[in-house]
Ligand binder design. Structure first.
Ligand SMILES: [Zn+2]
Length: 287
């Protein structure tokens, strides 16, 4: 959506007095962390410490946005036949969708097993996981990207939350979510579902933009920030995951890019920076 159209939509929400409610814990006390384009706010929940964009949006608005309006490089642009063959021939190397480093990280914890790729787009990472010995089921709300992954890549991809909810308990060894959570309209009940779907000692593996220490960032420039905007509804720091996910029965570890594969969790975590860094969250189901 053009920015101006989006800002009109946001303005309408203000006029309608859209309720301020935390999209994770449903709490109602907040601090203002940042502002963007006069109308967008980054709020931090006083209860669970989630940072989220206000105004928030409904699930139906979010699903509509991800059908056709969302544009993000190779994530949303379906490759034509020659681009597609090139991706297959080169295993996506030299593209923004080369997942070899992330697959090496995943293999430190599980070398095979059943994976749910939550927010799999057209299947570029699911395919690479499959080629590395994993049995992958994808989940994606965009119908066109789901169809491409199913028809061209032969993947199993679910395209509706009701299908995810109908999967039986403890069906997966890994739930993998790569740059997806920061796009969701709500986190309410999502971690319960991931917990339910995982086997005991299974892993929830999350990659999101790193917003750890954003409040301390001296030159926090909200306009240029990747922390929040039309696409990014939430901003995550390591403390949010450590504080909240352990309550579900997960053992939680966090680190940030650049990754030292031999020393993942013993290096010092990078703080938020305006250029970009990534947060890696590893949650093992222990109880
Ligand atoms: Zn909250």
């Amino acid at each position: 959506m053009a920015r101006i159209e989006y800002l009109f939509k946001v303005l309408k929400k203000y006029l309608n007095n859209t309720e301020k409610q935390c999209p994770f814990c449903k709490g109602g006390g907040f601090s203002l962390i940042g502002k963007k384009y006069f109308l967008l706010q980054l709020l931090k929940c006083n209860t669970c410490k989630l940072m989220f964009r206000y105004p928030t949006e409904e699930i139906s608005e979010n699903i509509k946005f991800y059908q056709s309006e969302y544009k993000e490089g190779m994530t949303t642009k379906l490759p034509d036949e020659s681009e597609f063959q090139e991706c297959l021939n080169t295993c996506f190397s030299n593209t923004e969708k080369d997942f070899s480093e992330k697959i090496k990280i995943i293999k430190l914890f599980k070398s095979n097993g059943k994976v749910l790729d939550f927010g799999c787009s057209w299947g570029y990472e699911a395919l690479q996981l499959q080629n590395n010995g994993f049995d992958v089921t994808g989940f994606e709300i965009s119908k066109s990207r789901t169809d491409f992954g199913k028809n061209k890549l032969g993947l199993t991809i679910l395209d509706d939350y009701s299908l995810l909810h109908s999967i039986k308990d403890e069906s997966f060894d890994i739930v993998f979510s790569n740059h997806v959570l920061e796009h969701l309209p709500s986190l309410y009940s999502i971690f319960e579902m991931f917990y339910r779907l995982l086997n005991r000692n299974g892993y929830l593996i999350i990659f999101v933009p790193n917003c750890s220490g954003i409040e301390k960032h001296e030159v926090f420039n909200a306009k240029k920030s990747y922390a929040f905007g039309e696409k990014h509804t939430m901003a995550f720091d390591n403390l949010f995951f450590k504080q909240n996910l352990s309550r579900y029965g997960f053992e939680v570890k966090c680190t940030s890019s650049p990754y030292d594969i031999n020393n993942l969790f013993n290096k010092e975590e990078s703080p938020y920076d305006t250029e970009y860094s990534e947060l890696f969250v590893l949650c093992r189901k222990v109880s």
